[in-house]
Design a binder for this molecule. Sequence first.
Ligand code: FES
Length: 309
Amino acid sequence: MADDLERPGGDAEPEAPPHAAPPSIWPFAFALGIAVALIGLIISWPIAAIGGAIALVFGFLWIRDATREVRGTPSPAPPARDDEAVELEDETAARYPRSVFLEGATLGIGALIGGIVTVPALGFAVLPAFVDQAYDAVDLGPLDNFPEGEWRITKFKSVADEPEDVSRRTAYVRNNGTLDGQASFTIISNRCVHLGCPVQPQGLTAEEVTEIDAESGPVEITATEPSGFVCPCHGGAYDIEGNRTAGPPVRALDRYAYSIMDGRLVLGEPYSVGSVEGEGAEAQITAYKIADPGVHVDGLEQYFYPYVP
Ligand code: FES
C-alpha cells in the first residue's frame, strides 16, 4: 500500500499549517447598514431605522467574531495531531493574542475617531428637527381693526417669554368676509421662503399706525393696498395669495392659522403652503407643517430634505 511506504529520508512530510479564518462579510454589511441609515436620514425615518438595524446586527456579529479568541469562546475539540502540528499550533496560539489586540485596538481607535467626527455633525443636522419651536397664540385685537376686503400689516410679539427684538413678527392680514357663516381671513407671513428676508407689500401703505395693547403684547396695525409681495434680498416675488411668481423662492409664502375669540382675531401656529388655488375665502390651500425657508414641501424635491417629525 502506497500510504504505508516510508518516504525517502525517513521523515513524514510536514502537514500544511491550519488555514486562516476566511474573510468575514460582517464589516461590509455593517458599512452598508451605516450607508442606508445615512441615506434614510435624508429620505425617510423608516429607511434610517432599517439601516440602523442592519448596522447594529452586523456590527454585533463583527465584534463577536473579532473578539472570539479574547473572550475564550470554546471551540470544537481539535482532531489529534502529530507532535510537529501541535508545536506549530502552540506557536500560532502564542502569536495570535497580539494580532487580536492590534485588530481590536485598530477597530477601537477607528470607532472613536468616527464617533468624534460624525456624532457632532449628526447632532447639529438632526437634533433641531426634534426641538419643537414654541408658538404662542397672539391676540391681534378687535375685528373692527380689520375691515372686510382690506389688507392690514400687523406687527406683534410671537412668543410671550422672549424679548421683543427676538420674537417680533409681521403678518399681512386680509378680512375675506364670511364663508358659510364663518369669518374668513387670509394671514400671510412676511418671511420670504427663499432665505427668510422680510417680504414687503407691493403697493401703497398708509403712514398712520394704530397701536393696541393686546393681552399677548403690543400690536401695530397699518393699512396697505398690495397687489402682491416682493422680497428685497434676491428679487423673489409673490402674488396676492402668496404664490411665488418670480425669483428663487421654492414655494408659496407661509400662512398663520387663526381663530375668533370674543370678537378678537387670534393668531395660531404658522404653516407652510405648497400652492394656493383661487382667492380669498374660496382659496384652496395646500398646507404643510411649517418648514424652513428654502425647503420644498411638495413635488419630488421634498425628498431631498431631512424629514421633520
Ligand atoms: S430671501 Fe427672498 S428672494 Fe432671497
